[in-house]
Design a protein around this ligand. Structure first.
Ligand code: IMP
Length: 442
């Protein structure tokens, strides 16, 4: 697998971090291509916990190059904090490369994110309030500040000046409304202090700033293994997700090319990660959502609370209509099913195989019209559950027959083979499908 894209196939938080971490061991280069510090994952290595929002977790392996690509929006304060935390724990971070073309999240982006959410009132999207949307807005409006601007004080000041004025007027209009929010500090939105602060960041980040597309080309052209690591997920895609309840970038596999600077024919494989059930954070349609004790079981057993915001995740049964959509949209070559162990004790296991529209029509395909999706109800098939603790299973044959049948059902209905299954939170708690564990480890 010389070049593999890894994406989320649901609404995020599928456990991509663990999959990337496993595959990164064999890769030379790990590249993030979109999103920002709205993402987050925890990696446990030798009993030590590491939390990442921006830096690819591959940094924990000595000698790997980790790239934050041009498609990522970077809050430099968060990045520096992550670098410092890793350094303090003795991790060599010299392999991190930051695209000179990546856009920077500015203090006014964070404030505008909060302001936008408050203005929406009941229609709130439930963003992570990290300034992601407003930063991508500035990028599209050509008012963005890029990483390379940090290296030239004159240009930086000029660009901040141009970007600042419209933000100041927008925020001033909301001053009263935002008064009680800690993120909101009009004093901080000042040309001089922002310029000085960001020049300091530039100074710290300079050794990492690079032409990262070229780094990808060199690795790909010499046949080295490259992983393109997606953040968020297919259903949160700005174009293909449940708009407007989406993030402001494209988490689908196609975006790896744009966000890293490589061509479609550079990509060999696309892996999609899905939980054995479904979760969603923030607002928006979620047809298989459960507000009963099964939903509570999934949340408790699955530890379904956000890494970035600590918010409770909405939980529900696996949705095969959505998953089939994700398989086709990303043209997945393989599926990874995570957290299968969380289903233990639930009998029967239900899986949504189609939706029913409010007019009674059967919908086998994910509806393109948002109103139809909002009113669609899922139709379930029931499969026998399993009781056993599967945390010690390491090969397909170790799994209870009901668990194997469940996986076979998903693969068949999604039309995509399952390569890897997560059976617990530990790094080694995985089952490589169809291959004895010792063969995979070799
Ligand atoms: P934003 O990306 O902060 O603008 O948030 C937009 C939507 O995407 C909200 O519903 C968030 O909860 C959701 N979101 C953003 N990042 C993640 C993630 O990493 N996992 C799950 N949901 C996310």
């Amino acid at each position: 697998m010389p070049a593999t894209v890894i994406v989320g196939a649901q609404w995020g938080d599928e456990g991509k971090g663990k999959v990337v971490d496993l595959l990164a061991e064999r890769a030379d280069l790990i590249v993030r291509f979109q999103g920002g510090n709205n993402a987050g994952h925890t990696i446990v290595r030798d009993g030590e916990k590491f939390k990442f929002h921006l830096i690819p977790s591959g940094i924990l392996y000595p000698g790997k190059t980790c790239v934050i690509g041009n498609g990522v929006v970077v809050n430099p304060a968060v990045l520096i904090e992550e670098l410092d935390a890793l350094r303090r724990r003795g991790v060599d971070v010299s392999g991190l490369r930051l695209s000179a073309n990546a856009h920077l999240i500015m203090p006014y982006h964070v404030m505008l994110d909060t302001a936008g959410e408050l203005q929406l009132g009941k229609l709130t999207i439930g963003t992570t309030r990290r300034g992601i949307g407003p930063c991508y807005e500035d990028k599209a409006a050509r008012l963005g500040i890029r990483v390379q601007d940090l290296l030239d004080a004159k240009i930086l000041r000029k660009k901040i000046f141009a970007a600042l004025e419209p933000k100041q007027s927008a925020l001033r209009a909301l001053e009263k409304q935002l008064d009680r929010h800690p993120e909101f500090d009009m004093e901080a939105i000042d040309l001089h202090s922002i310029t000085e602060e960001y020049l300091r960041y530039g100074h710290r980040l300079e050794p990492h700033i690079a032409d990262t597309a070229r780094i990808c080309w060199d690795a790909l052209d010499s046949g080295r293994e490259v992983i393109f690591e997606g953040a968020q997920a297919t259903m949160l895609d700005l174009d293909h997700g449940t708009y407007p309840f989406v993030t402001s970038s494209n988490p689908v596999a196609g975006a790896a090319c744009v966000g890293a600077g490589v061509g479609p024919t550079d990509i060999d494989e696309v892996w999609g990660v899905a939980k054995a059930y479904a979760t969603r954070v923030g607002a928006g349609p979620f047809p298989t959502e459960l507000s009963d004790e099964v939903g509570a079981h999934l949340r408790d057993r699955g530890g379904e609370f956000g890494t970035t915001t600590g918010r409770e995740r909405r939980c529900g049964w696996l949705d095969l209509v959505g998953l089939r959509y994700a398989c086709r949209l990303n043209r997945l070559s393989s599926l990874v099913i995570t957290k299968l162990d969380v289903l233990a004790g639930l009998d029967p296991i239900r899986v949504a195989v189609r939706y029913r529209s409010s007019e009674g029509a059967a919908l086998d395909d994910f509806p393109y019209h948002q109103s139809i999706l909002h009113h669609a109800t899922p139709e379930y098939e029931e499969l026998p559950g399993f009781d056993a603790d599967i945390g010690e299973c390491r090969s397909e044959s170790d799994l209870p027959p009901e668990a194997r049948d469940y996986l076979a059902f998903i693969a068949e209905r999604a039309g995509t083979p399952i390569r890897l299954v997560g059976v617990g939170p530990g790094r080694d708690q995985v089952v490589w499908m169809g291959e004895p564990a010792q063969l995979r480890a070799a």
